[in-house]
Design a protein around this ligand. Structure first.
Ligand code: ADE
Length: 222
C-alpha cells in the first residue's frame, strides 16, 4: 500500500513515521508513506496557500489551487482520496478494514480555519475522527493511517487484530501477565488452567459482559 499525505505541517509526522510498528512496516516495504507540503504546490510567487474568506468572516481559508494540483500530480487509477474534516463520516474500525483493501490512499489534511468548499469535490470520502475540533487534519490523518497500516498482512500477527475491540462489535477481553498475584489482585484461575476451550469460552463471556457494561450500543449491533 502507498499513502500520500498532503499537509501544511510535514514535521508533525516525524515521530509517527520513525517509531514502533509504523516504522517497521515502512522498513519492511509493507507500506510506503510520502508526506507532501501543500505549499510546494502553490503557484503563488510567495507560495501562499490561503486567503480571506469571500463574504467576510474570521480566519484564512485554504485555496483550492495547491490542493487540486497536488492531488492531480499524485493521483493514479487506483487512488482513493480522503479529506479529513469534522464534517466527514464518523471513523470506525469497519472503515479501516475497507481502506486496507485500497492500493493507494491520498489523505488531504484540512486547515485549522477552513478550506475552500470546492476542495470537497476532489475527495472520494470525507472522514471525521470524532465530534471535536482539532487544530488541523494532521492528527486525524495519522489516526486513519495507523489504524489501516496495522491491518495490512504481516504488519502485526492476524491473531493480534482478529480479537480487537470493535472487530465483531465486542470490546476486547481482559488480558493479564506476570505476576499472577499483584498486590492481592489475582489473575483469574481459568487463565492459569491451560484448558484452551474453557479459556476461549470465558473470554467470549467477558467480551459480552464488558461490552454490555461499557458500550451497550455496540452489543445491539453485534
Ligand atoms: N480536522 C479538525 N478536526 C477534525 C476531526 N475531528 N476529524 C477529522 N479532521 C479534523
Amino acid at each position: 500500500m502507498k499513502i500520500d499525505i498532503l499537509t501544511l505541517f510535514p514535521n508533525m509526522f516525524d515521530g509517527f513515521l520513525s517509531e514502533s510498528i509504523i516504522k517497521r512496516a515502512i522498513e519492511s516495504n509493507k507500506v510506503k508513506i510520502n508526506i507532501h507540503n501543500i505549499r510546494d504546490y502553490s503557484k503563488d510567487p510567495h507560495k501562499k496557500v490561503d486567503d480571506y474568506s469571500y463574504g467576510g468572516g474570521a480566519g484564512m481559508v485554504l485555496m483550492p489551487q495547491p490542493i487540486f494540483d497536488a492531488v492531480e500530480a499524485l493521483k493514479k487509477d487506483n487512488s482513493f482520496v480522503i479529506l479529513v474534516t469534522p464534517q466527514g463520516i464518523p471513523y470506525k474500525q469497519s472503515i479501516a478494514y475497507n481502506l486496507k483493501e485500497k492500493e493507494h490512499l491520498i489523505i488531504i489534511c484540512g486547515h485549522y480555519e477552513g478550506f475552500d468548499e470546492r476542495i470537497r469535490t476532489i475527495a472520494d470520502i470525507e472522514i471525521s475522527i470524532g465530534d471535536y475540533i482539532l487544530t488541523g487534519g494532521e492528527l486525524a490523518s495519522m489516526v486513519i493511517s495507523d489504524s489501516v497500516i496495522r491491518l495490512i498482512d504481516g504488519v502485526i500477527t492476524k491473531e493480534s487484530y482478529e480479537n480487537d475491540s470493535f472487530t465483531n462489535n465486542l470490546l476486547d477481553y481482559p488480558v493479564y501477565t506476570k505476576p499472577s498475584d499483584f498486590r492481592g489482585m489475582k489473575v483469574p484461575d481459568i487463565l492459569l488452567s491451560g484448558h484452551h476451550e474453557n479459556i476461549n469460552a470465558w473470554r467470549l463471556e467477558q467480551q459480552i459482559k464488558k461490552t454490555s457494561e461499557k458500550r451497550p450500543d455496540l452489543l445491539e449491533k453485534s
